[in-house]
Design a protein around this ligand. Structure first.
Ligand SMILES: [Zn+2]
Length: 462
């Protein structure tokens, strides 16, 4: 099974971007001009999806500007691209057949940066995206702060009651002083050419240049100070198209010594943060059914590994022997062929149970997966509806495996192969291989089981 991917879409005022993303890495990308008309935006997004989609795509995430009620996927306000009141997620879902996750665009950028960018591993993060407007999003204890549904509109923090009127209807929002658009306004008021870049003014001692930088960055510093005092974050991230310039400009206005402090970092994923975050959110949101294959030949130490994993995670173990042993006990004794037939049926039963299990179930399967052809396993995986698999390959020196098998002969139900199987098992252990169908973690079962390392790996893999 190849790793599931998702398509991330970023709806911007200028560009529409799409990317196919796996594990935070962009595998394919496409973009088109943005438009005001929702019908044109929808048609262009569907074209972009067709360009990047392949058979690994299982979900689609979209970041849109403005207020978004994420759980109902309702778009509550719009700017240049006005999708408010339009069932954008529903239309894309119907047309593509992929489950759609919809969030505010800055929220998607924050999710991307928190998973793979500048805020990796941090759980309390504030993000400001400086572009045409100022977007914002807040991660609190690892969760997006939502309020009544659309919290985090940080561009509308008031910094000047005597300031300009904002598109939102209020006066003096930080978006009116410190967005990319506002930078253009400051340039015009200072009589500087419209194509002047912020970087060109930063180290320019000219008082006019410095006044433009002050008018742009000082209110942003005030808004950041307010956010730090209010939310006590691990970090404040500055991203968006003008984010790097804004971050550099902020350095000229360091925070005053105060009770409140937090690091202010430049985002690192650039324009890709939105699509990476959207795909990441979509992958996390989709309905999943996950299995950990604890694989290895008989007596390779699988059961101990499966038990340690179950104890650490609470996931149930579906072991081939657990299904098979009651039949071996109750039915009259059979030969080797009978044992193998029961094994095949038990193997199928495990995947039948998974097929019947509710969505978002995770199970541990303890079996020697090599006793049946790989094609049989692939059919079982598809039938069970498994979306994510990880494999734990249990191994030990073949002689150790043979000795373990011989030692437990007396405690197994009649019907399992006897002592004459030991040389065959040793030979099998020497040539056995994992399924190669999923990301793999190897466990040497002659060593103590490190359940923490195992669960850490699984949390990154599944
Ligand atoms: Zn506003």
């Amino acid at each position: 099974m190849t790793t599931a991917t998702a398509i991330g879409i970023d709806i911007g005022g200028t560009r529409l971007r799409a990317a196919r993303v796996a594990g935070g890495v962009i595998e394919a990308r496409a973009s088109a001009d943005s438009a005001r008309d929702p019908a044109i935006v929808t048609a262009r997004v569907l074209e972009l999806v067709a360009q990047v989609r392949n058979q690994t795509c299982t979900a689609l995430g979209i970041g849109v500007p403005g207020q978004v009620h994420a759980t109902s996927r309702a778009i509550l306000s719009g700017g240049y691209v006005d999708l408010s009141g339009f069932d954008f997620a529903g239309q894309i879902e119907t047309a593509t057949g992929l489950p759609v996750t919809l969030e505010n665009d800055a929220t998607m950028a924050l999710l991307g940066e928190a998973e793979y960018g500048a805020a990796q591993g941090q759980r309390n993060v504030v993000m400001l995206t400086i572009g045409t407007g100022i977007g914002g999003a807040i991660l609190d204890q690892g969760q997006v702060l939502r309020g009544r549904g659309a919290a985090g509109q940080l561009g509308h923090i008031g910094i000047d009651p005597q300031g300009r009127r904002c598109v939102c209807g209020k006066i003096g929002c930080v978006e009116t002083t410190s967005s990319g658009t506002a930078f253009g306004v400051h340039l015009a008021e200072a009589g500087l050419p419209a194509d002047t870049r912020a970087e060109a003014l930063l180290n320019n001692p000219d008082p006019v240049a410095q006044a433009v930088i002050r008018a742009w960055a000082a209110p942003l510093r005030a808004a950041i100070d307010t956010l730090i005092a209010t939310l006590n974050p691990d970090a404040v991230l500055i991203g968006g198209g003008a984010g790097a310039a804004a971050h550099a400009a902020l350095a000229q206005f360091p925070a005053a010594e105060s009770w409140f402090c937090a690091q202010v970092l430049a985002a690192t994923l650039g324009d890709d943060a939105g699509v990476i975050g959207a795909a990441t959110a979509a992958l996390k949101n989709r309905t999943r059914k996950r299995a950990v294959f604890v694989n290895g030949v008989p007596a390779s130490g699988k059961s101990g590994v499966a038990r340690a994993l179950a104890d650490a995670t609470g996931w149930p173990i579906l072991a081939l022997d657990t299904v098979k042993n009651p039949f071996l006990t109750i039915l009259p004794p059979g030969d080797r062929l009978f044992n193998r037939t029961l094994g095949r049926a038990s193997y199928a039963a495990i995947f039948d149970l998974i097929a019947e299990a509710p969505a978002n179930t995770t199970v541990i399967i303890d079996a020697w997966f090599g006793f049946q052809p790989l094609e049989v396993l692939q059919c079982h995986i598809a039938r069970a509806g498994l979306t994510d698999i990880a494999e734990i390959w249990c191994h030990a020196p073949p002689e150790v495996i043979g000795a373990r098998y011989a030692a437990r002969l007396g405690s197994r139900p009649a019907g399992h192969p006897g002592a004459d199987y030991v040389p065959e098992l040793i030979a099998l252990a020497g040539r056995a291989t994992p399924t190669h169908l999923a990301p793999r973690y190897e466990v040497d079962t002659t060593q103590a089981i490190d359940a923490t390392a195992l669960t850490d790996w699984l949390s990154k893999t599944l």
